[in-house]
Write a protein that binds this ligand. Structure first.
Ligand code: GAL
Length: 723
């Protein structure tokens, strides 16, 4: 039997290189995922996470081995490590974004074992993405989950689930099962695949040579009608693969969907053209680097889908957390996943690591129906015929069901992939040289925008995303556009603003919206929910020359009515002349100057959104503009008492209608009671009227109460149950 146990608890950690003779008192106790240093949300140096650290785990095998092999599986550690068990070197790994495993069986003791991880988190020039400069940070630590796995000497190594002919009335399923035999004798085993939701089973017997591997393809050729995996209804089916009845068992999920970028310019999902509209995501967070537990990973996917209305995300610029990808499968968010790297290609050893990354990414992730494209070039690197011929061939060999892309940023680049994936910083959409053509970045550094930037800039930022998404939607030779980027991120000194943040997100680093987020949100179907957001702080004097003319309103309503104080300004239709290719063009409301005169009474703004003549949404903006409340919002009501679970604690200073006040700049301080800790700056020097901390569970249940205080406003409280 196979056993997989979480190996996240009770690590000893020291931010220095220590050997096994050092006493445990030199360490602190930590739970994974773990960042090697907690940092402020900005204004720090990447040198601060660049050091060698030591993780130590004392453990007695939690269950007997019974002849099984024992491995330790790391989902990810940044960026290179050597692992010792009881003083013996069990292996090394270089590369921070893909998983790796070590068989520790031969070094295990019967009693207590000491596992030591020497982790090098320096920006190693021999390991992708380094060698040159990189516009993001690779925070250190064992920042993903670790598992202890027991397997029989004959066990399943991998499975690859391939739905076939999914659009026909004879849908099929093929399951490639790779079995490994670590014993000294050839062995015969029966593979059994159960498609549990459907009650079907496929069986095949294979013989595996001694110390060898053997693969078999099991087939389901007469399936009942299988629901298609779609963004609206992402149907997933459970699969269980076992050897010899109830022996070694692996479980996974699959989705029946057809995804294809066509030379006619379109992307087709299940045979229907689907214009792709999305954003790039970095996996980093304030304070905790990349060490975000499952809940935060999953929530990023939810934000992209449900708050930003994206149908695709690009995992710029590396394979991201399995938890993030699982959630994309569950909610129907398409994914373009790519190998680590940034503009630079190293020597032959470096290239070998890059090929290794292609393999690790595809083998790890090819059962995710959400993934529709593999990125097999180093983001924005020069052409390299040898390397990219090899990465494409390897991707096609490992996964004949998916197309490849490779993100370039110059015209005339050699096209060795299936999809010409192009970063278009022209502030428009250039005419494709090739099809299929997918825009994989735009905007970004062309127009960095902060949450406390003036209304004109924040609105122009939103309109750039609007114009480019509109242009992509208008061009039948462009499959879609993925903007740069979803969230602001910490970066190196060669990039970013003076505080080393790239303010390129449509949301800030805390995942709270700027106006540009509203363009995306307003593309959500009105059947899901009405969206009505004015791109304004509603002031008399914030814009050059004063007033608010024109007012831009992002909405999926078909009509809006605008009132300024007692005046009914008029009814307006979406601005189809300017943005008519978008499903829901924003509204351009002219003429508000007549109600906004210097020195005259300044009224509130009220907007009503209509759908088919019925009012479905109302938005109110306060003319007075004074801070009326401090609002505290936890990202979730509950946390698990596992010592690692975390949620956001968002705080905002708002007007009387609950709108964020962008120029609310004042300290906010926090107190916490109960079995959890606050992670982040406390007090927080608030700018932009919104920010966030994290609440991290300890290992006991209970109720946690957080109180936030700031000058001249009532304190705000929030509670979270630790269960
Ligand atoms: C691109 C790059 C991204 C990011 C972006 C900023 O060239 O691929 O990683 O740096 O520019 O706009």
């Amino acid at each position: 039997m196979r056993t997989i146990l979480s190996f996240n608890d009770d690590w000893l950690y020291c931010p220095r290189e220590l050997d096994d003779r050092e006493p445990d008192s030199a360490f602190e106790t930590v739970t994974l995922p773990h960042t090697n240093i907690v940092l402020p949300h900005h204004n720090f140096d990447n040198d601060e996470y660049q050091f060698i650290s030591t993780y130590r785990q004392r453990f007695t095998l939690p269950e007997p081995r019974d002849g099984r092999r024992v491995t330790i599986d790391f989902d990810g550690a940044m960026i290179a490590c050597t692992v010792f068990l009881n003083g013996q070197n069990v292996g090394s790994h270089g590369g921070g974004f893909t998983p790796f495993s070590f068989d520790i069986t031969d070094s295990l003791y019967n009693g207590e074992n000491v596992l030591t991880v020497r982790l090098d988190s320096t920006e190693r020039v021999d390991i992708p993405p380094y060698g040159y400069v990189v516009d993001y940070l690779t925070f250190g630590g064992i920042y993903r989950d670790v598992w202890l796995r027991y397997v029989e000497p004959i066990h399943i190594k991998q499975i690859f689930v391939k739905p076939r002919d999914v659009l026909s009335d004879a849908q099929r399923l093929e399951v490639d099962v790779y079995v490994i035999n670590q014993s000294g004798q050839a062995a015969t085993t029966q593979i059994q695949v159960d498609l549990t939701d459907v009650g079907q089973r496929a069986v095949e017997t294979i013989t595996i040579p001694a110390r060898g591997e053997q693969a078999a393809t099991l087939r389901f050729d007469s399936l009942p009608p299988m629901a298609l995996w779609t963004p609206e209804n992402p149907a997933l089916y459970a699969l269980s693969v076992s050897l010899n009845g109830d022996g070694d068992t692996v479980e996974t999920r699959c989705g029946f969907r057809a995804a294809h970028f066509s030379e006619d310019g379109n992307f087709y999902l299940n045979g229907q053209p689907l214009k792709l509209r999305g954003l790039n995501r970095h996996q980093t967070y304030p304070y905790i680097g990349a060490a975000a537990p499952a809940r935060l990973q999953r929530q990023d996917a939810d934000i992209l889908k449900y708050e930003l209305g994206c149908n695709i995300v690009r995992t710029s610029h590396y394979p991201q957390s399995p938890h993030f990808l699982d959630r994309c499968d569950e909610i129907g968010l398409l994914v373009f996943e790519e190998i680590p790297g940034w503009q630079f290609i190293g020597d032959e050893d470096w290239k070998a690591l890059s090929l290794r990354d292609v393999e690790a990414m595809i083998v790890r992730d090819r059962n995710h129906p959400s993934i529709i494209l593999w990125g097999v070039r180093i983001n924005e690197s020069l052409d390299d015929t040898g390397l990219y011929t090899a990465t494409n061939a390897l991707a096609h060999q490992l996964d004949p069901t998916r197309q490849t892309g490779g993100v370039r940023n110059f015209r005339g680049s050699e096209f060795l992939e299936d999809v010409y994936t192009y970063n278009d910083f022209s502030n428009m959409i250039i005419e494709p040289e090739q099809t299929p053509h997918l825009v994989t970045e735009f905007s970004g550094h062309m127009y960095p925008t902060k949450t406390w930037d003036q209304e004109e800039r924040a609105t122009e930022h939103a309109l750039r995303h609007t114009r480019i998404q509109n242009a992509a939607a208008a061009n039948p030779r462009v499959a879609g556009a993925i903007g740069w980027c979803a969230f602001d991120y910490n970066t190196h000194e060669e990039f970013g603003s003076g505080d080393r943040i790239c303010y390129h997100g449509v949301m800030d680093i805390f995942r709270l919206p700027k106006f540009a987020a509203y363009l995306y949100e307003s593309q959500i179907s009105p059947d899901v929910r009405p969206v009505l957001r004015a791109s304004t702080y509603w002031t008399m004097g914030d814009r050059s020359e004063g007033g608010n003319d024109p007012l831009i309103v992002f909405s999926n309503c078909d009509e809006i009515e605008v009132f300024v104080g007692p005046f009914r300004h008029g009814r307006f239709q979406p601005d189809r002349a300017a943005y008519g290719s978008l499903p829901h063009p924003p509204f351009t409301v002219p003429g508000l100057a007549m109600h906004m005169t210097w020195g005259r009474e300044f009224h509130d703004l009220r907007i009503v959104g209509y759908r088919n003549g019925t009012g479905v949404a109302e938005a109110l903006y306060d003319g007075e503009g004074l801070p009326r409340a401090l609002v505290l919002t936890p990202g979730s009501a509950e946390l698990h008492a596992d010592g690692a679970d975390m949620t956001w604690l968002w705080f905002r200073i708002v007007d009387k209608y609950g709108n964020r006040l962008p120029y609310a700049t004042q300290p906010v301080s926090f107190e916490i009671e109960g079995p959890a800790d606050l992670i982040g700056e406390n007090p927080f020097a608030l700018v932009g009227g919104q920010a966030g901390l994290f609440v991290k569970a300890r290992r006991e249940p209970g109720t946690v109460t957080i109180t936030a205080r700031t000058m001249r406003l009532e304190p705000a409280t929030a509670t979270i149950e630790i269960v």
